[in-house]
Design a protein around this ligand. Structure first.
Ligand code: FES
Ligand SMILES: [Fe+2]
Length: 409
């Protein structure tokens, strides 16, 4: 549990809040590169309760600037990308990606007013089809971490995102909490629950690292009568890396899924994901399934629950018809949204397997304090020599082969 004060501290990320100052020290994904085309329609985005507009100028550079024009606050999302930046639809002021005001066409000849207008803007960088933005103080800007899922070239990659209607933190916690897998996501529940009871209790190992938390747990795969190793790592400030393999798929290299949980405001978020499948694991390059129509799960469609016909605890199928957001995501969204817009952690009753969540919260609270007291929080990278590639999971992948529970009979 967390008391109400600590809970507020870590959940609120608007400008000027301690949690927001902490989160702003890191690069955060804000959109997919393909969402803004050169000179194409600008896109309104909200990140950590700030209203912004994203565009790609005629040089192809991504720009993230304040949504409301500095002149009379009209939305620049209705502006036009041209002439070195984005032109406001109301009186034609133009801003470049750095927030410089390039034109004020109705001002008198020779006016220097535009030189005194600085529109809010944030630097952007693109990697692996994601646009990352840094929204913290300019003199504290770190390097964008070169995570394996973003920079490896010996495989295929997919990037995507989807919105979730609850506070970002409970969604990160939902991912790091690996025990839920054997309950929430278990098909054939009415039969499996009896077998599950005969399995050993979940064993979780975890350790603090310089990037967050390394975590291992044994997950019973009752359909195949094996125990699969599960690696569910936490990355600062609010990220998650899953290393995926199964007992039936014992390779030295496996799929990796990395997620960034980006608050749009205090009760909504975007989950960005970069997934990577190495060539070595697949006979031919793995083809990631394409999202077709995005029919999001939510209370309005009951998260595709079919209580009478689907044999999961909640009745939400692990593959929901009519949505590209299939698999476990409907179930995950349901558990994380139904906790409430912001979980009141003062009311929780945490058990033994929740210790890793508590460690994660304390890590984040410490990082908030570090920022308040003028120190860099954990996992801020400034030295390019340290930022070659974050190849987390190699050892874990090897353990898919060597883990004693998986040793061939
Ligand atoms: S409100 Fe944007 S130019 Fe006037
Ligand atoms: Fe889940």
């Amino acid at each position: 549990m967390l008391d109400k004060e600590a809970n507020e501290l870590v959940c609120r990320t608007g400008p000027g809040t301690p949690g927001g100052e902490f989160m702003r020290r890191y690069w955060q994904p804000v959109a997919l590169s393909k969402d803004v085309t050169r000179g194409g329609k600008p896109k309104a985005v909200q990140i950590m309760s700030e209203e912004l507009v994203l565009f790609r100028d005629l040089q192809g550079r991504a720009g993230l600037v304040g949504l409301h024009c500095s002149h009379r606050l009209t939305s620049l999302a209705y502006g036009r990308v041209e002439d070195g930046g984005i032109r406001c639809p109301f009186h034609g002021w133009v801003y470049d990606i750095h927030g410089n005001c390039l034109e004020q066409p109705a001002e008198p000849e020779g006016s220097t007013f535009k030189d005194r207008v600085k529109h809010p803007s944030y630097p952007c960088q693109e990697l692996a089809g994601l646009i990352f933005a840094y929204m913290g103080p300019a003199d504290k800007q770190p390097l964008l971490p070169r995570y394996e899922v973003l920079v490896r070239e010996d495989g295929t990659r997919k990037t995507d995102f989807y919105p979730i209607n609850s506070n970002y933190l409970q969604n990160v916690e939902g991912a790091v909490d690996s025990v839920h897998f054997s309950y929430l996501h278990m098909d054939n529940w009415s039969k499996i629950k009896h077998k599950l009871a005969a399995y050993p209790k979940p064993k979780i190992e975890w350790a603090e690292t310089d990037w967050g938390i390394w975590q291992y747990s044994d997950l019973p795969d009752i359909q195949h009568d094996t125990v699969d190793p599960c690696y569910a790592h936490f990355f600062m400030p609010a990220g998650f890396l899953r290393v995926q393999g199964t007992a039936a798929n014992r390779h030295t290299d496996v799929k990796k899924f990395m997620s960034w949980y980006v608050p749009t405001d205090d009760t909504h978020m975007l989950r960005f994901q970069a997934s990577f499948a190495p060539f070595s694991t697949h006979e031919k390059p793995y083809e990631w399934p394409e999202d077709k129509e995005l029919n999001l799960p939510g209370p309005e469609n009951d998260y595709f629950c079919d209580y009478d016909n689907v044999d999961t605890i909640c009745g939400i199928p692990t593959r929901a018809p009519g949505t590209a957001i299939k698999g476990f995501l409907c179930q995950d969204s349901m558990v994380n949204e139904s906790q409430g817009p912001i979980v009141d952690r003062s009311k929780e009753r945490l058990g033994e397997h929740d210790k890793v969540l508590m460690a994660q919260r304390l890590m984040m609270l410490k990082a908030i304090r570090d920022v308040q007291e003028g120190r860099d929080p954990k996992h801020i990278i400034r030295d390019p020599a340290e930022n070659v590639m974050f190849y987390v999971g190699r050892r874990e992948a090897l353990e898919y082969v060597s883990h004693p529970l998986l040793a061939p009979a």
